[in-house]
Design a protein around this ligand. Sequence first.
Ligand code: NAD
Ligand code: LMR
Length: 328
Amino acid sequence: MSTVKRVAVTGAAGQIGYSLLPMIASGGIFGPNVKVALQLLEVTPVLPALGGVRMELEDCAFPLLTEVTCSDDPKVAFKDADLCLLVGSKPRGPGMERKDLLQENGKIFIGQGRAIGEAAGPDVRVVVVGNPCNTNCLIAMHNAKGVPAARFSAMTRLDQNRAKSQLALRAGKHWSTVKNVIIWGNHSNTQYPDWHHATIDGKPAAQAINDDAWLQGPFMKTVQERGKAIIEARGKSSALSAAQAAVDHARSLYTVTTADDPAALCVISDGSYGTPEGIISGFPCTTDGKGNWQIVPGLAMNDFSKQKAAITWKELCEERDMVKDLLG
Ligand code: NAD
Ligand code: LMR
């Protein structure tokens, strides 16, 4: 195993990149004892701005950062990469849904998937952040020849972090006391933030909150629409919280995660819980600390949960059908 972790980040001069790169360079993913090399990808016109980001990274003199490479060639950026964070793509603006980006952004993930298959390291993991991230991840996965599907995941950790903080605020507890919130389905406004297995300070969330109408209504809607609320408030989509979630997601792959507080990962469906097979859906996952995940088996789903999950799975099937020509 290499002693330096090679992390490729696409769209590295964008908003998320600007928050994400210092987190990675300070050990946010691999911890305080592992050196990292950053391999940054941008589109050609943005390379001068990326050069400025590189200067700033050098000026930080991060003890763990060994090297910064900048390129507009995916094969250079993904060369020997241990981890590829696929952020680069257009964000939505006011009045748009994330799936409105599919036609424009989806094709980016064909070439990048191919380049990962050709150039990345033998044990690469790929995390897709760029929206609509579930279906973009499906496209990259299908085009990355020779890379097992289980190496790919898309980011719904931001939704899980949002759900935990909303529950904590309502219960008057700290968010670190909220465990086992599940995000089923798509990183879109159909996602199902499921509190039925969650605990707050050791108590079942439904008991701690004691307001089913709030859980089924304002709680779910706030989490589902949080990205939109941020765009309306900031005029730009979330970046700081998205970068933190990307680091949380990637770190959870390289640390052990247990079923009492599973990681929210969007991964390839094997049909668990009645999910249609072959879509990239949010599931509760355990991880082994070596980059591998397992869907938590055997959780009870009541009729409400089944109905909400079916809605978001249907949307993922529709997105998959929209991009069937891009699936390699
Ligand atoms: P941004 O516009 O600030 O930055 C995107 C960067 O990607 C730009 O610098 C652009 O030049 C670059 N880029 C575009 N096409 C590229 C390509 N083919 N190769 C390499 N780089 C390319 O956007 P942002 O705010 O950083 O958001 C990036 C993406 O992340 C958006 O699609 C956004 O919707 C998504 N996002 C996802 C989540 C999530 O939870 N999954 C959260 C927040 C944002
Ligand atoms: C988010 O959830 O904040 C991001 O996916 C950005 C968006 O478009 O909502």
